[in-house]
Design a protein around this ligand. Structure first.
Ligand SMILES: [Fe+2]
Ligand SMILES: [Fe+2]
Length: 257
């Protein structure tokens, strides 16, 4: 049986770039060749700057460098993670910065932050539709259970109508920060190959709700940001296609005897 070292999947040499997507909201993106996808973090630069996701630990130094190009690190107030997974918050080093607080869903708190050794417990958790002000911005927390984890949530920034969807509406490849091309076919193919959703039901229920919120810009964790003119195509693709796990996990067929 192959041994797995801590450096496995670490993406240490991946390039990381930063670009402003919409007024004061930055995408810090690392393209990881071995997976063929980008890992995107988003910095909302406000009175209380907030980072959404940290990226995996291998990207930490370069993500931190990019955050420092925008704000001084001691200004960072909040780090939000949208479900418990290493690409979401493998860069927990951010939490060592004095004054930084972790934001997460109520379920993430109850299931994943309480009852472990050496896991930070200094956090604020949110139930569905609860909000926090970061200055002129308001972050609204949307609980999205089973998209794709039990504890999953998303964030809607009310003033710019920016929607942070984590692993929903993701696309493979290293495309521009924002694209208006319809990449929904490759999104569906990626979901089938990765096997991240147990079933379509909760994903479609969430998608219906998100469409009603009329986001101006959608910020997925992998791939390009999607503006309001293209977003309906991605939502339609979720409603029309099958993409739930069948027998393939991260591109590998699982033979069950
Ligand atoms: Fe995930
Ligand atoms: Fe992810």
């Amino acid at each position: 049986m192959p041994e797995v070292s801590r450096d496995y999947h670490v993406a240490k040499d991946s390039p990381v770039s930063v670009s402003e997507i919409t007024d004061g909201i930055y995408r810090i993106s690392g393209f990881v060749k071995e997976f063929g996808i980008t890992f995107n973090q988003f910095l909302i630069n406000d009175e209380k700057p907030t980072l959404i996701h940290t990226g995996p630990i291998g990207l930490y130094e370069r993500v931190e460098e990019k955050v420092r190009e925008i704000i001084s690190l001691d200004k960072l107030s909040y780090v939000a993670f949208l479900h418990f997974e290493s690409d979401e918050w493998g860069g927990m080093e951010f939490l060592k910065t004095p004054g930084v607080k972790l934001l997460c869903s109520d379920l993430s708190s109850k299931l994943n932050l309480v009852g472990w050794n050496n896991v930070p417990v200094n956090h604020i958790s949110f139930w569905d539709n609860e909000t926090i002000k970061t200055g002129r911005r308001t972050l609204r927390f949307i609980m999205t259970p089973h998209v794709h984890h039990w504890d999953s949530m998303m964030i809607f920034e009310d003033t710019t109508k920016s929607l942070f969807t984590s692993d929903l509406f993701i696309q493979p490849g290293d495309n521009k920060p924002t694209v208006s091309d319809d990449l929904s076919e490759s999104m569906i193919a990626l979901y089938k190959a990765a096997g991240i959703f147990a079933s379509e039901g909760p994903v479609r229920q969430t998608t219906r709700r998100l469409v009603k919120m009329e986001p101006r810009m959608v910020f997925p964790m992998h791939g390009s940001c999607i503006d309001k003119s293209t977003f309906p195509k991605y939502a339609d693709a979720i409603m029309r296609n099958e993409f739930a796990y069948s027998d393939v996990l991260l591109g590998q067929k699982l033979e069950v005897s």
